[in-house]
Design a protein around this ligand. Structure first.
Ligand code: AMP
Length: 208
């Protein structure tokens, strides 16, 4: 299965992609995670990416496309993969179509107010787990690996506003793009628990 998870920042792409990775044994390719690992490692790519990420802007298409193209050529992607956070522009989607045959695009739908609240409360771990202060009960370490949780620098209110504007302008045209190709699968997450949303996603994946 070759999947794309689409949705605004905070819509649940990472959370559900992590579950699908475990249940379907597929590599989870998050371009945001790739950039954050490079920023942490102080690589030239990390330095470049940071200058965009800190503003809530997109890293240039040519940079992201090359990274994903290389990653999809690795052996573990032969049986499928989950793309999380890519593509984010029509140019990226056009490029992807030249080197990948996508089976489905899972579109996670969530109201704007819930998104803002969710991103403000998001806490993450370097192992990839994501939490929310609303359900952490005051805990400050990861339940999976015990490392300290922290807030992403780009989850501050001003940067989140920019990221949402960028989503509307650059990424939301992908909904029509993939709907037209018959690949878009809407998952309305409003008012649902994580388990309920995941059940909807599984129901879709089990038909592929
Ligand atoms: P994410 O973890 O998916 O929210 O991504 C964090 C940030 O990384 C985004 O706000 C962008 O600055 C950058 N980024 C991640 N994926 C892409 C992409 N496909 N195209 C451009 N920039 C990206």
């Amino acid at each position: 299965m070759k999947l794309i998870f689409l949705g605004a920042p905070g819509a649940g792409k990472g959370t559900h992609a992590t579950r699908v990775k475990q249940d379907y044994n597929l590599p989870h390719i998050s371009t945001g995670d790739i950039f954050r690992a490079n920023i942490k490692g102080g690589t030239p790519l990390g330095l470049l990416a940071k200058s965009y990420i800190d503003k809530g802007a997109l890293v240039p298409d040519s940079v992201v496309i090359d990274i994903v193209k290389d990653r999809l050529q690795q052996a573990d992607c032969a049986g499928g993969y989950i793309l999380d956070g890519f593509p984010r522009t029509v140019a990226q989607a056009d490029a992807l179509s030249t080197f990948a045959d996508i089976d489905a695009v899972i579109n996670l739908i969530l109201d704007g107010e819930v998104i803002v609240e969710r991103v403000a409360g998001r806490r993450v771990c370097d192992c990839g787990e994501t939490y929310n202060v609303a359900t952490l009960g005051g805990k400050t370490t990861c339940a999976k690996c015990g490392k300290p949780l922290y807030q992403r620098e780009d989850d501050n209110p001003q940067t989140v506003r920019n990221r949402l504007a960028v989503y509307d302008r650059e990424t939301s045209p992908l909904l029509a793009y993939y709907r037209q190709k018959g690949l878009l699968r809407d998952v309305d997450s409003n008012g649902l628990t994580i388990d309920e949303v995941y059940a909807k996603i599984k129901a879709i994946l089990d038909t592929l």
